[in-house]
Design a protein around this ligand. Structure first.
Ligand code: NG6
Ligand code: CA
Length: 508
């Protein structure tokens, strides 16, 4: 062989070797980063899953994850309603810092897109990110034009892919938004949304109760879409309207597509199933699966969808490299605006488990969530009593992927990765809960601050033990898990200490 040619081949071979080693090393490093799937369901109570004592419905898929993984008994969402909870989860910042309350369906984006978020932190760590399901964090700026690109939206706060229910299933607009555009919209039939005035194009529940699949209260009696009257009015968008009964199928498919497309690289999926928020309209396959009517059937559907995602991870051989976190955004509620027999058909089932309160409540059931962490081979089976808050997932997951939380972001998020993975049971020393007032946990002590605003009328009528009172409340959960004895007068030092800590957090 000619000497020059020989030299050339050696150089070329070395180059190929260096390049390919570089590539495979990069691949190996990327492979080490686990995928993260957060299955975040809506209004599911601590007692609504089999392993925590559910009686009226079976949840075999979640139970399996809890048995082979870690079942948490003192893990909390940060607020007893959706928007504040989700805001804290995605920003690592308490919702009161942003005055966040339950948003209408035409509210502007609540999250500041100039700040790092949980998904954008993961993007910076090399993850592909997606949100599929309920959003409820506002979209756009000012009045949204639903017929154009809706920006800023999920994309601007760190999601590469999004397929979302803009607000809640009981609020207009009843369309999915995919990557900042209404999916399936015909521009010749533009959408408009108004929370005060009816356009008169679609019937309303008030005037046409004969058209309803399910009876609703006054607030939920505006525009009828798919036989269900909603909060708020809309017109247009006929080709884009969702069918509630298909939520589970459609969203699980979108979530699965994202996993399949990204199986060769680290991904983060925020799978935000709308079950079991009202209106509870499961697919026909699940009707009658529980003894509790639509609320139980919707739990059965949610469990099935969860199982589908786990099976897919197993099929793709991703299960050992995927951290799955299952939880809910606030406590359970039976009657939340629609007459679906949730109260009448409850039987012995206790959605809140042994805890007092519900969704909207400052008592434990408002934020103490069914929480399961599943990561076969890495997280050992067991249960944990660590006091944890979802506001900490940001800093904890940053630690998992080797990232520092950026300056100025996630001010309230603490790194408790070891507790989330069951390596220890040391959780938070202090934990804030938001629920139309503030509550604070310090070990087994629970403080509920006096309410500072008037309880909304719609909440008074809900038959919920809100925990709202003009007096300060102090409970010792160790002896009084049901928060029945206000012991504030007996423990003035503890009371004073917790009140000072609360003031400090609120003024931080
Ligand atoms: C309330 C609705 C309730 C539900 C809730 C939001 C009324 C009377 N009630 O205002 O039905 O939609 O908002 O739920 O309108 S959450 O899970 O998204 O926080
Ligand atoms: Ca909710």
């Amino acid at each position: 062989m000619n000497k020059n040619f020989q030299d050339f081949t050696i150089v070329l071979a070395t180059l190929v070797m260096i390049l390919s080693t570089g590539c495979s090393e990069k691949k190996a490093v990327e492979k080490l980063k686990p995928n993260i799937v957060l299955i975040y369901v809506d209004d599911l109570g601590y007692g609504d899953i089999g392993v925590n004592g559910a009686t009226g419905v079976e949840t075999p898929n979640i139970d399996r994850m809890a048995t082979l993984g870690l079942n948490f008994h003192d893990a909390h969402c940060s607020a007893s309603t959706c928007t504040p909870s989700r805001y804290s989860l995605l920003t690592g910042s308490y919702a009161f810092r942003r005055n966040a309350a339950i948003l209408p369906g035409d509210a502007p984006l609540l999250i500041d897109p100039s700040k790092e978020t949980l998904p954008s932190m993961l993007q910076n760590a090399g993850y592909k990110t997606a949100v599929v399901g309920k959003w409820h964090l506002g979209l756009g700026m000012g009045k949204v034009d639903w017929n154009k690109e809706i920006t800023p939206g999920a994309k601007e706060v760190g999601f590469d892919y999004s397929y979302i229910i803009p607000a809640t299933p009981d609020r207009v607009p009843c369309v999915f938004v995919e990557n900042n555009k209404v999916a399936g919209l015909d521009l010749n039939d533009p959408i408009e949304v108004d929370y005060q005035n009816d356009y008169g194009e679609y019937p309303t529940g008030i005037e046409h109760s004969d058209l309803l699949k399910i009876k609703a209260d006054r607030q939920h009696s505006c525009t009828i879409i798919n036989g269900v009257s909603r909060i708020g009015y809309m017109k247009g968008g006929k080709s884009a309207l969702w069918v509630d009964e298909n939520f589970g199928k459609v969203l699980t498919q979108k979530a699965s597509d994202f996993i399949i497309e990204n199986k060769d690289q680290p991904f983060f999926l925020y799978f935000s199933l709308p079950n079991i928020h009202v209106p509870r309209m499961p697919d026909a396959v699940f009707v009658g699966k529980s003894s509790m009517g639509p609320r139980g059937d919707d739990i059965a559907e949610m469990d099935f969808c969860t199982g589908k995602i786990i099976s897919l991870l197993e099929e793709l051989k991703l299960d050992k490299n995927t951290l799955v976190i299952f939880s809910s955004d606030n406590g359970p509620i039976l009657n939340d605006g629609y007459d679906d027999d949730a109260v009448q058909m409850l039987g012995n089932h206790n959605p809140a488990g042994p805890y007092k309160g519900a969704k909207y409540s400052a008592f434990e059931a408002g934020t103490r969530m069914p929480t399961v962490v599943y990561w076969p081979g890495t997280v050992q089976p067991g249960s944990s009593h660590a006091l944890l808050s979802q506001v900490d997932l940001y800093a904890s997951l940053a630690s998992l992927v080797g990232k520092k939380v950026s300056d100025g972001s996630a001010p309230d998020s603490e790194n408790h990765l070891d507790a989330w993975l069951g390596k220890n049971q040391i959780g938070r020393k202090i934990m804030l809960e938001e629920a139309f007032t503030f509550a604070l946990r310090m070990g087994d002590w629970k403080l509920i601050a006096p309410q500072t605003s008037v309880t909304p009328d719609w909440l008074i009528n809900k038959d919920v033990e809100t925990g709202l009172s003009n007096d300060v409340q102090l409970y010792n959960l160790k002896d009084d898990i049901g928060e029945t004895q206000n012991v504030q007068e007996m423990y003035p030092d503890t009371l004073y200490r917790m009140q000072s800590i609360l003031t400090e957090i609120l003024n931080k």
